[in-house]
Write a protein that binds this ligand. Sequence first.
Ligand code: PRX
Length: 651
Amino acid sequence: MKSDTGALDALLSEDRRFPPPADFSAAAVVRDPEIYRKAAENREVYWAEWAGELDWFEPWHTVLEWSPPHAKWFLGGRLNVSHNCLDRHLSGARRDKTALLWEGEPGDVRRYTYQQLHAEVCRFANALRGLGVEKGDRVTIYLPMIPEAAVAMLACARIGAIHSVVFGGFSPESLADRNNDAKSKVLITADGGWRRGGIVPLKANADEALRDSPTIEHVVVVRRGGELSEKVATGLQDGRDHWYHDLLAGASPESEPESMDSEDILYILYTSGTTGKPKGVVHTTGGYLTQVYATTRAVFDLKEDDVYWCTADVGWVTGHSYIVYGPLANGATVLMYEGAPDTPDRGRFWDICQRYGVTVFYTAPTAIRAFMRWGDQWPGRYDLSGLRLLGTVGEPINPEAWMWYHRAIGGERCPIVDTWWQTETGAIMITPLPGLTDTKPGTAALPFPGIEATILDNNGEETSAGYLAVTSPWPSMLRTVWGDDDRYRATYWSRWPNVYFPGDGAKRDQDGYLWILGRVDDVLNVAGHRIGTMEVESALVDHHAVAESAVVGKSHDIKGQSIAAFVTLKEGFEGTDALEEELREHVGRKIGAIAKPELVIFSADLPKTRSGKIMRRLLRDIAEGRTVGDTTTLADPAVVARLQKMYAEEE
Ligand code: PRX
């Protein structure tokens, strides 16, 4: 285990407890603790009850078929996700309720009622059909945080096309890799988007990616509008590129939703793993929608008049499950914001909360730590009394940040739900229920009712400190890795028989609460984003000056982890500051800015075993400034002292 035991002991001696406020509990969506017992008694009946709250064109005949490691949920059932997120809200008062409330970074605002969002989605669904997109075809979405991102996802879902959303911060090369792996037929992008007062040139990046994306037949370009569109000259290539608004102008606002089998694929989402190649996590329809619907409702305690804001980007799974599918399936009012939290100043998020009366707010620990660093004066300027529930996701939250969130944002009155889950799990798995669970700073508490998770050791024995494990299938679990079922089996199901291995370390306390300690594999969590060390290493050795590299994570006050790269250069190259910057830029170009190493240490050699294996454990110790562990297996033990010295000079 990588975790530092000292820090762990400090965490586990955390004895502050926050029972749900009585008035919150009294009105909570879930307020009967029996839910845990009922779910455990018969999980299939329990999940079927949630599924029954959705609209099905055809009922299922079997709740679960578990043929490890493959699960199918709600077999025989037919439904459509966009129908569940839109059409079924149109018959009553929700028709004119705000579905999407969007603010651009420059301050432009758009609102869509459920009826308007339905019409826009139908128009775009028809337009996609007009471009020849059929059920099962893949469509890549590479958009900024604008309403069209949600519209595009829902339009794909409507016609049964499989979307693959690629985060707008990824480089052209990463985009091309994803287009090619999925063999996407259509790419949906925009001229650009605003970020921290600057423009992210998405169409220019897309054009670069398209030079190496032979399967893409059509490109749809959203004009972001306003000043941005005036600044970005977007050339359209005849026959291939189409303006989104032109396609919509002639399209009908009615479109029959495709009747999808419960196990038809809804989307692919690429995520980093322990090899150089990101994997396409596959999610299907009925089980996925059931669990995102259920968790959004129960964990975020959604009520009809809530204004719900999840600050994630739609390019990540949190955006898929908790900006688009979960909240819209619940008929919620969803706030979406395009830009940075510190533009035009560090009060932007709180200004948004005040102006729109946000009631439920879901963000990441990395953001909370930045807010904490910026100081109380920023939230202090705004009226945040409308907030009633706070959430966090993406990495372990340190108790200090939790307490700050509780006090400075939650006014000591809002429960905090610390939700553990992953791209692969599709939906929240471990979390407090805000009306029932006493929370403690730093723990995601208990498995959601109907989820079976525990802690196992290497031999698959229950233990109180070891690896987190999910011991039975859940509705929104990934079904496979796109095009690579062997990798699916090897990554998630080979540690123990028929038990899912998420790749996280965990501890259980005396109350049975689960404390997630972070990744135990070669996956980093930088500002809540997953980055594989192998991906960064591949990008570095791709540079002509680099012979070898080893990448490790290093604790970072705000980002949780940052990237440290140890690099051995080829003969004739010198480790200058200029080369360091060049390598950083190179990684940015290959993967995206989020993967740029913070620290590059040039070294003539790396600590290796006699069989030539790089000992990352030692590099992690060096990067953390810790006492370096056992070096007796090293081919050249002196290399560690040399590296420590260089590292100290570099920092
Ligand atoms: O290490 C865990 C951490 O984020 C990983 C999943 O990353 P990703 O697939 O990008 O999804 C992030 C958003 C769901 C996990 O393996 N993680 C996520 N939530 C928490 C967490 N670690 C501790 N506490 C959490 N609440």
